[in-house]
Design a protein around this ligand. Structure first.
Ligand code: CMC
Length: 432
């Protein structure tokens, strides 16, 4: 990061302070306020971090105004169409696209770590069968630190590397087993001759009694879904992972905290909420009723799958997802799926409605992903679990970057205190 030429000037009580500015390689520059409190005695106030850069990063870049998303400089649509998920994992983790040799080696290392400690099956059995897969994932991912003690020393780069590979490799098994457990079917063990995506589909949908052949179109669609969700710079769950990691917590615990944060309906839970909403709308003629509700200030209802903190244009992932939705539904012979029809009509109406146009509310990645996953046979409760699986590589890359950043400190936001000033304790008899 280079130094910007001009510092910013801040005037507080007629006293002026010079604050250094810093330029990134692209995108907005920042005002470096690290010395602000020491020099002015004041904090900045920014709930939701709408104008605050909490770190510097060279992994992912988003230009929300024009709807651009780059992983290590490469546009997301090129990666979704020309690369594959494991190559993208390598890119995110190590910064460059791999050579053939590096790729083969990486795939072998990930593939060799797909199994879980056998005792972890007992862990699953402790959950209720109707537990939400994300509840199971928070528990099981956190529990990895109880099984893999040889990769929890964050000061050792070799252990950090093994933990990262283990997490990327085991997430499909963890997520698929959460699903299998809910159905009462036996766990299906990974089959290392298959691709990452095909393996996941097989672990979800195969049963020991029958041969299971993975459909290449669904395998490809799964791979693209993973790629589109792999990273998204400093979103809520990634920031949670960084904050947890800033205290020196082990990587399994950090990723479990990311899974927990992702679960919320304003974040990763939106794909589940979106499909439920499309089903609730049910038919095209009911769309105006739901649009009116979304616009009503007194109604907490929001159009799920619309709007984004960063994108004030079409989410570039949504464009790819729309294409994949058509391919998958076509392949499965459900192009006339009523949910897809509602989605298409809703998208068209919302994109022309002044409320959505003025507020720059465009479809986001979750708008179409639920339709695809539903057509593939996943229950809605699995949608966010699949998002968590795919985002693990982003979380772990960001966690590694933070650990290796010499400017990194324990995350410790400040506050504007608005509670009672100091007062003396009163006994119960004095309280009246
Ligand atoms: N439907 C109706 N109105 C909306 C919506 C929506 N989906 N999203 C935002 N608005 C309105 C909001 O009421 C506010 O209006 P006003 O200025 O009059 O108060 C304005 O647009 C700005 O919204 P905001 O809540 O201040 O924006 P935010 O950046 O804090 O929230 C968001 C972003 C994604 C939480 C929000 O757009 C939302 O709740 N969307 C629905 C949930 C969703 O699809 N989430 C998935 C995000 S993409 C996947 C991911 O990255 O996790």
């Amino acid at each position: 990061m280079s130094n910007a030429t001009k510092p910013a000037t801040l005037l507080v009580d007629d006293k002026s302070f010079e604050l250094p500015t810093r330029d990134g390689s692209t995108g907005p520059s920042v005002i470096d306020i690290r010395k602000l409190y020491a020099e002015t005695g004041m904090f900045t106030y920014d709930p939701g971090f709408t104008s605050t850069a909490a770190c510097s990063s060279s992994i992912t870049y988003i230009d929300g105004d024009i709807g651009k998303l780059l992983y290590r400089g490469y546009p997301i649509d090129q990666l979704a169409e020309q690369s594959n998920f494991l190559e993208v994992c390598y890119l995110l983790m190590y910064g460059e696209l791999p050579t053939q040799g590096q790729y083969n080696d990486f795939v072998t290392r990930v593939t060799r770590h797909t199994m879980m400690h056998e005792q972890m099956t007992n862990f699953y059995r402790g959950f209720r069968r109707d537990a939400h897969p994300m509840a199971i994932m928070v528990g099981v991912v956190g529990a990895l630190s109880a099984f893999y003690h040889d990769s929890t020393d964050i000061t050792d780069p070799v252990q950090r590397e093994i933990a990262s590979i283990r997490l990327v490799a085991k997430m499909p098994t963890i997520a698929a087993w959460a699903y299998k457990y809910s159905t009462g079917q036996p766990f299906i063990y990974p089959l290392n001759s298959l691709s990452y995506s095909a393996n996941f589909l097989r672990m979800c949908f195969a049963v020991p009694a029958e041969e299971y052949v993975v459909d290449p179109i669904l395998e490809q669609a799964m791979d693209v879904i993973f790629t589109l969700h792999a990273d998204h710079e400093q979103n809520a769950s990634t920031s949670t992972v960084r904050l947890a990691g800033s205290s020196g917590a082990n990587p399994f615990a950090c990723i479990a905290s990311g899974v927990a944060c992702l679960w919320g309906p304003a974040h990763g839970g939106a794909n589940e909420a979106c499909l439920n909403m499309l089903r609730e709308i049910g038919s095209v003629d009911r769309i105006p009723e739901f649009i009116a509700r979304a616009k009503d200030k007194d109604d907490p209802f929001r159009l799920m799958g619309f709007g984004h903190r960063v994108y004030k244009n079409y989410d570039p992932r949504a464009k790819v997802m729309q294409k994949v939705a058509h391919q998958v539904l076509d392949r499965l012979g459900v192009e006339n799926n009523p949910t897809l029809q509602v989605a298409q009509a809703l998208e068209k109406i919302a994109l022309e409605d002044p409320y959505f146009v003025d507020k720059k509310l465009y479809p986001n990645v979750d708008f179409y992903s639920g339709i695809i996953l539903d057509a593939m046979g996943f229950p809605t409760s699995m949608f966010t679990a699949i998002f968590a699986l795919a985002r693990t590589v982003g979380w772990i890359s960001q966690w590694k970057e933070m650990i290796e950043d010499p400017e990194q400190k324990i995350g410790r936001p400040r506050q504007l205190y608005v509670g009672a000033p100091e007062r003396d304790y009163q006994s119960m008899a004095q309280r009246g």
